[in-house]
Structure formats: C-alpha cells, structure tokens
Unconditional design. Structure first.
Length: 180
C-alpha cells in the first residue's frame, strides 16, 4: 500500500510505484489518498479530485489500483487503522507499506509506528536529500506537492514535476488557484 495526500500526485510518486512494481516481490500497489490528514494538514483539492488525479497518474500501471478506503473509514486517516481494515477484508493478503526515505525522520510522530512496521513491513525508497535506505539502490528526485501547488499559485509551469494527465486535470478544474 502507498498512502499519501497526493495533493497533487507528482512524478516522484509515479517513479516510486514504477520502482516497487519492477523490483519488489509484490503483486500490486494500492494507492491510498488520505481522507483527513493526521498532522492537520489542509488539502488543497477535494478528496474526489485527489482520487481522480491519482487514477490519472497511475493509470499506466496494470498492477496499481487507487483505493478510497480512507473515505469509507472516515475520521482522521491513521495508517494502522487503514492496514487493519484492509487485513480484515483481505485476510489472505500480506501487506507492505511503500514510503519514501523522507518519512523515516517523521516515523516517531506516526500513530503506533512500531505496530505499522509489524503489520506491513515498509519498503523504503530513496529520496534526494535523505540517507539512502538499505536495499534501495535508487533515489527519487525531491519533487513535492507543496512546491507544485506553489508554482501553480504563481502561474509557473509544473510540467516535468507532475504527470501531463494530472496537469490537464488541474487546469480543466481550476484547482489550486489559491494554493498554499
């Protein structure tokens, strides 16, 4: 599973899914946009828009699926709650959590991180500017949704950071006009 705000999904997200599908012993990736961010971060686009953008961003991958499980669960999105719900409805599935190396310094802030690690052992992908994780020979560029929203606010181009289909969606729906 690969959770996040995806606000908007960017090429770092796409490259992460491509890498894990090509190199890890997994069958598929479930992309899971957050419903309500646990660190009180406001979303720049609605849940429905973020789901639609994820569907566009990851459409090229036969073995990637966008899940709305966190909307179904409601309330604050906690990774452990999501994992437990998915395990309950998919008892024969072994879960792994895909995260970027940038998440590791934040891990102590996560709700019951040690239980997350036990329930869905993380697959960590390198991220520019962070220590290289063991077992991952590549580093994803340090592209961020925050920077993409800031560029949109300034009417600067985001091509090359965000998949073309997502850029087209953002423009067609006038998203992030007042982005922060």
């Amino acid at each position: 599973m690969y959770g996040g705000s995806f606000d908007p999904p960017h090429l770092g997200h796409v490259l992460s899914v491509s890498w894990v599908l090509a190199s890890a012993d997994i069958d598929e990736v479930w992309v899971i946009p957050t419903w309500k961010h646990p660190f009180e971060k406001a979303h720049g686009a609605s849940f429905e828009a973020r789901v639609a953008m994820c569907e566009l961003a990851f459409a090229q991958f036969e073995h990637a699926e966008v899940s709305t499980i966190e909307q179904t669960l409601g309330g604050t999105s906690h990774t452990l709650t999501t994992i437990e719900s998915l395990q309950h409805s998919n008892p024969d599935t072994e879960f792994r959590l895909l995260v970027g190396a940038d998440v590791l310094p934040e891990a102590p802030k996560w709700h019951r991180w040690d239980d997350i690690v036990k329930a869905a052992p993380p697959i960590v992908i390198g991220r520019e500017g962070y220590p290289q994780p063991e077992g991952c020979p590549i580093t994803i560029p340090n592209v961020s949704s925050t920077d993409a929203r800031g560029s949109l606010r300034q009417n600067d181009p985001i091509e090359g950071w965000v998949p073309r289909s997502v850029v087209d969606y953002i423009r067609a729906h006038a998203l992030y006009q007042d982005a922060t």
